[in-house]
Design a protein around this ligand. Structure first.
Ligand SMILES: [Zn+2]
Ligand SMILES: [Zn+2]
Length: 350
């Protein structure tokens, strides 16, 4: 059986099709035939080989990956075959794949936080992922039943949905006091908007520099939308909200974080999930004077993924706008994402 992939064969170069022999699952491994794989902003950083840290500094992320490499971590598909020690892996079952797989040994993994493992086996990041016909998963416990959701939605929940959910959970105490602020209404932000309404029952404020994304957020039930590039936005939001207690920065740039911290009430907290890049500085005294918290998160745990799937199913949370494109358009989709031409989520069909 052949494995077809849209491969990263060199950094900062376009993906191209490669064909290899399909791996055979051994031990507890499961081979999943992919039907859908979402395209995520972090795929761009992996393709570049670095994250921008601001001030012309870069974080090199090329280590620990051999080329050709398969990007893609928002995977759904069906079980093709399984090794002899893969309990419950029934061929033909539809599954979403939890991609944030850890070593199982380190202090983070031991408490279930495989997403922040020190020696990760994250699919599409350090181990071959989902822009392909098949993916090899080390154990069936990472395979999640997603019925009755559509496969494209289930895939997108594994990263953008999970990231938004885990960030929102970290704001739960403050989100009960007053409406949240969500900054950056791309795939993660729009998912965050839907989840926030279901989790906390109030309509969040949103901010995005892109008018079409603000409109999409308002159509999806945001309370009010602000353009952070507008000089009056900070004051207008402070006036409307009386100060924000809980903000999610889904952009992760100097501008977005400055905007978030600039509208906080005393005791306010910002959770940063975005990775756009930039450097943030502030007077240290602002932390105690404003009783301010800034916390970072990256994706979420396997347990949180199960909670998220349950939440989406029980509260009937509609997916963000999803556009399906064939696997061969992986590179065109990355180009569109880089140019900011995508609203919602693009999911590749295999
Ligand atoms: Zn992602
Ligand atoms: Zn680990």
């Amino acid at each position: 059986m052949q494995l077809h992939r849209q491969s990263l064969t060199a950094y900062a170069a376009p993906l191209c099709e490669t064909v290899a022999e399909c791996p055979r699952p051994t031990g507890s491994e499961v081979l999943v035939r992919i039907s859908r794989c979402g395209v995520c902003h972090s795929d761009l950083h992996m393709q570049d080989g670095y994250f921008s840290l601001g001030d012309d500094k870069q974080l090199d992320v090329r280590a620990g990956r051999t080329l050709p490499f398969t990007l893609g971590h928002e995977i759904a598909g069906t079980i093709e075959s399984a090794g002899p020690d893969a309990p419950g892996a029934t061929p033909g079952s539809s599954v979403a794949v939890y991609p944030w797989i850890g070593c199982g040994q380190c202090p983070a993994c031991r408490v279930g936080e495989e997403n922040i493992c020190t020696a990760p086996r994250h699919l599409g990041i350090t181990v071959d992922g989902g822009f392909a016909s098949h993916v090899l998963v080390p154990h069936p416990r990472y395979l999640l039943d997603y019925a009755p959701l559509p496969a494209a939605y289930a895939g997108a929940l594994m990263c953008s949905g999970l990231t938004a959910y885990a960030a929102l959970k970290r704001l739960s105490e403050r989100a009960k006091r007053a409406p949240l602020l969500l900054i950056g209404l791309g795939g993660v932000g729009l998912m965050g908007l839907a989840l926030a309404r279901a989790m906390y029952g109030s309509a969040p404020y949103v901010a995005d520099i892109d008018a079409s994304k603000r409109e999409a957020a308002l159509a999806a039930g945001a309370q009010a939308a602000f353009d952070p590039a507008d000089a009056g936005a900070r004051k207008a939001l402070l006036k409307a909200s009386g100060g924000i207690y809980a903000a999610c920065d889904f952009v992760g740039s100097d501008k977005s974080l400055n905007f978030a911290t600039g509208v906080l009430a005393k005791g306010g907290k910002v959770v940063v999930t975005g990775l756009l890049g930039g450097a943030y500085s502030t007077a240290v005294a602002m932390f105690p004077l404003k009783a301010m918290s800034i916390e970072g998160t990256t994706t979420g745990t396997l347990a949180e993924t199960r909670e998220l799937l349950d939440l989406v199913r029980t509260k009937n949370i509609a997916p963000p706008p999803i556009v399906e494109r064939p696997l061969a358009s992986a590179q065109a989709t990355l180009d569109d994402l880089r140019a900011g031409r995508i609203i919602g989520r693009v999911v590749l069909t295999v």
